[in-house]
Write a protein that binds this ligand. Structure first.
Ligand code: 4AD
Ligand code: MG
Length: 432
């Protein structure tokens, strides 16, 4: 028997095929059972007609519970009204497993905590299916972007002895005889080493922040894509970020249009996302915020609400550059024209999705870097290898990190990043 995935059924019209999947829902009239089926590749309606099947099969179909796993066989029929364009006229069902209990996710209005408690089962719903496909296409586009431009993938470590960003929100672990180690907040320091060997490098992996913030943009474990390029300066860096984000948005529209439509995303807003992006300095951003009535002063942090207020002035992502040195990480290169600010940028997504990229040119002078490490209260000793990069053929270099879940949330139009990752780790959640 010809096992076919639902996604491919349209190429088998008129044929008798087998699909292997699960029953999502059932609707019955006296004469017909309508079985909403899924198999991981898509969704299709199966029809069991009393007039054309055995009584035994008709009864069996009637008894099937939600999320029973079944192998169904029948003829593929064209159905222009169905979203998939086909339906399956079932004449045989093999039950692989019939649940005893009712499937816990069976209402349209479960609360979010209940859904997150059942995330392992919630993943089977249509909406999550589409979101995970969108995430898949976004990550694929990120990799394609770098591969097309001659970047080399460098997998940076998760366990690290040197704090990558700041001491404040680092997960500490006990690492054998060595003592204290950390879960990576970033792979940046390792990419800096690798770019001196391979020129243009990138990574993509999980990062960890013990953040006490409970917002719709923060996860404890999130995926980050970082890039680092030797000899790149601030301007080159911003250009690369714009090109990456435009590329990822356009490729995702192209490859995941059906998934975006299925969850109701307004694609017209995404179609405008083409480089170049507007730029504004931190100093001008503060003036803009003051004009908009925010009580902020130069030197203050730009929080979530402020980010949204800046971003709503533009219909593309906006690059905010040259932040005060005191607000940013230790490794950022000072602006030669104004040493109070650093050659960094944050990219803010439109529609209130906040910071999707954090970036900077890096300090490449050893003495200045040592000064900064001390100023930020970090342990110089644990950076001796990092300082070596400034000892042997040091060059200006720049890079950035892009938060995958923030980008997924933005492109898919999600309310919260917890739906943008298969199993979210948030302040109050480690299960499932
Ligand atoms: O701005 P961040 O902290 O930058 C770095 O880690 C640099 N070392 C990157 C680099 O230059 N190589 O983080 C980068 C991005 C943010 O812009 C944001 O999109 C995302 O990572 N991010 C988070 N996403 C979800 N939950 C969190 N708690 C996040 N923290 C940062
Ligand atoms: Mg940042």
């Amino acid at each position: 028997m010809n096992w076919v995935y639902i996604r491919d059924l349209k190429d088998h019209i008129g044929e008798r095929v087998e699909i292997r999947g699960w029953l999502r829902r059932k609707r019955s009239s006296g004469k017909i059972h309508f079985l909403a089926l899924r198999d991981g590749s898509g969704f299709v309606q199966g029809i069991v007609e009393r007039s054309s099947v055995s009584e035994e099969l008709f009864k069996l179909a009637k008894k099937l519970k939600m999320e029973s796993s079944i192998i169904a066989r029948g003829i593929v029929r064209e159905d222009p009204r169905a979203p998939e364009g086909v339906e399956l006229l079932i004449d045989e069902i093999e039950v692989v497993h019939q649940p005893e209990k009712d499937f816990p996710i069976n209402k349209p209005d479960h609360g979010i905590d209940y859904l997150m408690d059942h995330r392992h089962l919630w993943l089977r719903s249509k909406r999550q299916f589409h979101i995970l496909h969108i995430r898949h296409e976004i990550i694929r586009a990120v990799r394609d972007f770098y591969n097309e431009r001659g970047f080399v993938l460098i997998d940076t470590p998760i366990f690290t002895g040197s704090i990558g960003e700041s001491a404040g929100n680092c997960f500490e672990i006990d690492y054998f005889d060595y003592g204290k180690a950390y879960l990576a907040q970033t792979g940046q320091l390792y990419l800096e080493a690798a770019c001196m060997a391979l020129g243009k490098v990138y990574n993509l992996g999980p990062t960890f922040r013990a953040e006490k913030s409970k917002t719709r943009r923060h996860l404890i474990e999130f995926w980050m894509n970082e890039a680092e390029v030797a000899y790149y300066q601030h301007e080159d860096n911003m250009k690369l970020q714009e090109e990456l984000v435009s590329y990822v948005v356009q490729k995702t529209i192209e490859r995941a249009a059906n998934h975006l439509h299925a969850i109701g995303r307004d694609i017209s807003k995404l179609e405008k996302i083409e480089a170049p992006f507007p730029r504004i300095t931190y100093t001008d951003a503060i003036k803009l915020l003051q004009k908009k009535g925010f009580n902020v002063n130069w030197g203050d942090d730009i929080g979530g609400d402020e980010e949204t207020a800046i971003a709503e002035e533009f219909d593309k992502p906006v690059i905010v550059e040259r932040y005060p040195r005191k607000m940013k990480a230790f490794y950022m290169q000072p602006d030669p024209e104004n040493p109070d600010v650093v050659l960094c940028d944050d990219m803010l997504a439109p529609e209130g999705y906040g910071e999707i990229i954090g970036a900077s040119e890096r300090i490449w002078d050893k003495e200045l870097l040592i000064e900064r490490i001390k100023e930020f209260g970090l342990d110089v000793e644990s950076y001796s290898w990092y300082l070596d990069l400034r000892e042997y053929g040091s060059v200006p270099h720049s890079g950035f990190g892009m938060g995958i879940e923030r980008v997924v949330a933005w492109i898919a139009g999600l309310e919260h990043v917890r739906e943008a990752i298969p199993f979210a780790r948030t302040l109050y959640r480690i299960h499932p």
